[in-house]
Structure formats: C-alpha cells, structure tokens
Unconditional design. Structure first.
Length: 84
C-alpha cells in the first residue's frame, strides 16, 4: 500500500492533486479487493498451498519487472536534488 500511495502522489497533477490521488487510490483498492476475492475462491478449489505458490510467483515477477523497467538515474524523491 505504501508503494501505491507513493506512486499515486508522484503521478498527480498540481491543478487536481486531490482528485488524481483519490482516483488512483480507489482503483488500486478496488483491484486489490477483487484479486483477494479471486484468490480466496481459487484457494477453495485448488487449495491454499497452490494459491500461495502462485501469489509468491506473481510477486517475484512483479518485483523483477519493476526493478528492470523503473531504473532511474535521478533521485526518486522530488525536490531532493542537492539536499544533503
């Protein structure tokens, strides 16, 4: 949730920061609830170990994708250039 919040704050526009943040956070929460519901339903049919293995695999692939795609040479926090 912390990462979602940080990304939502980073992507907002100054003119509509509150709305942008709220919309992005709401979508992320809705997706999270939907995926959680599907995981519980799948666990009922496939068993918890199978679903847990799938979740761990997806998390690892997602972390790898983020590490590869979001390589930046600049500081991750705005306004921190030159701060020491």
């Amino acid at each position: 949730m912390t990462v979602t919040t940080a990304v939502s704050l980073d992507l907002r526009r100054k003119a509509s920061a509150g709305t942008d943040f709220t919309v992005l956070s709401t979508v992320a929460t809705a997706v999270s609830l939907g995926v959680g519901s599907l995981a519980v339903a799948a666990a009922g049919k496939l068993g918890y170990p199978a679903v847990l293995g799938a979740v761990v695999t997806f998390l690892a692939l997602g972390a790898l994708a983020v590490a590869v795609v979001f390589q930046e040479a600049r500081p991750a926090v705005r306004g921190m250039e030159g701060a020491r």
